[in-house]
Design a protein around this ligand. Structure first.
Ligand code: ACO
Length: 278
């Protein structure tokens, strides 16, 4: 039975190690208001050290994942907001969608259940993995109303898409579906909408079977080395590997060797060792 926490614009559901963090303004297609930014920021902070949260899934309520920034409240609203509020809202928006999600210590999955526009690409790209409904509609719609993909959306899309696709979709404003998003690397997989949740749970369970420290250090390493040259990466990865031995309280390295070399109970190329959970 899922435990549910409801705030003004978000919902948090926890079940079997998976926490579903849901943008919850379905009547506005989960467009991101200043309140939603602040609530998401606080929730991600809490969940980072929450022992019940082993995998975090970000998704949207109703027909949309997220229709981008709330154009009325974020943009038009800015005209009458105080400089302090503008600054705080901008920080919250950037913090949760990139800084906090990108460095979240446990696996994160964006489950794109429907419309995904503009600013919503940042949280999709910040998550470690993304899974979409086949028919979800993605769009870098900014150009359609005279702005460019700001925040860090342009930077996000050029990281996950190839250069020509990023340029084409950002300048044309054409939409694409979940299948095309998979081909272009915006998401890992797409499935029919009625199978999406089940497939997300399967992926979360697979991740929960691995050593949490190894998964965390691996994802941190993959993210970090993208911006390094080879000698920097080699030095960093050696240091990171040494650090992993120290932080892995389950001692997966020794356990893996024991099961492979001594017990002969598993083959690393064909599956994972049985975690010795603390
Ligand atoms: N900002 C503010 N309100 C929004 C937004 C948004 N980004 N997206 C949807 N809404 C509101 C609509 O104004 C409408 O409100 P109302 O009922 O008070 O009139 C309600 O949500 C439902 O939207 P509809 O357009 O009626 O829903 P529909 O399912 O037909 O279409 C769609 C959904 C395609 C997502 C459409 O709403 C849309 O194009 N939204 C804007 C997408 C966009 O360009 N986002 C901004 C990207 S740029 C950025 O993020 C910086």
């Amino acid at each position: 039975m899922a435990a549910t926490i409801t705030r003004e614009t978000i919902k948090i559901e926890k079940e079997n190690g998976i926490t579903w963090l849901i943008m919850n303004r379905p009547e506005k297609r989960n467009a991101m208001s200043p309140t939603l930014h602040r609530e998401m920021e606080a929730a991600i902070d809490e969940l980072a050290t929450d022992p019940e949260t082993l995998v975090l899934v970000i998704t949207g309520a109703g027909a949309a994942f997220c229709a981008g920034q709330d154009i009325a409240l974020t943009f038009r609203g800015r005209e009458s907001a105080s400089p302090a509020d503008i600054r705080r809202n901008r920080q919250a928006s950037a913090q949760w969608r990139w800084d906090k999600l990108n460095t979240f210590p446990k696996p994160t999955i964006a489950m794109v259940n429907g419309f995904c526009f503009g600013g919503a690409f940042t949280q999709v790209c910040a998550c470690d993995y993304a899974i979409a409904a086949d028919d979800a509609i993605f769009g870098l719609s900014e150009v359609n109303w005279g702005i460019l993909p700001g925040g860090i959306v342009s930077w996000n899309v050029v990281q996950v898409m190839n250069y020509r696709d990023a340029l084409y979709y950002a300048t044309s404003g054409d939409t694409f579906d979940g299948r095309k998003a998979t081909q272009m690397g915006v998401v890992n997989f797409s499935y029919p909408l009625d199978a999406l949740r089940e497939e997300t749970i399967k992926m979360a369970k697979k991740l929960m079977e691995k050593s949490p420290a190894a998964v965390r250090y691996t994802k941190e390493a993959i993210r970090a080395v993208r911006f390094m040259n080879a000698p920097q990466a080699e030095d960093y990865l050696n240091a990171k590997s040494d650090a992993l031995k120290y932080v892995d309280k389950e001692n997966g390295r020794q356990e893996g060797m024991r099961q492979f070399l001594d017990e002969k109970s598993y083959r690393p190329g064909l599956g994972h060792f049985k975690r010795k959970q603390k």
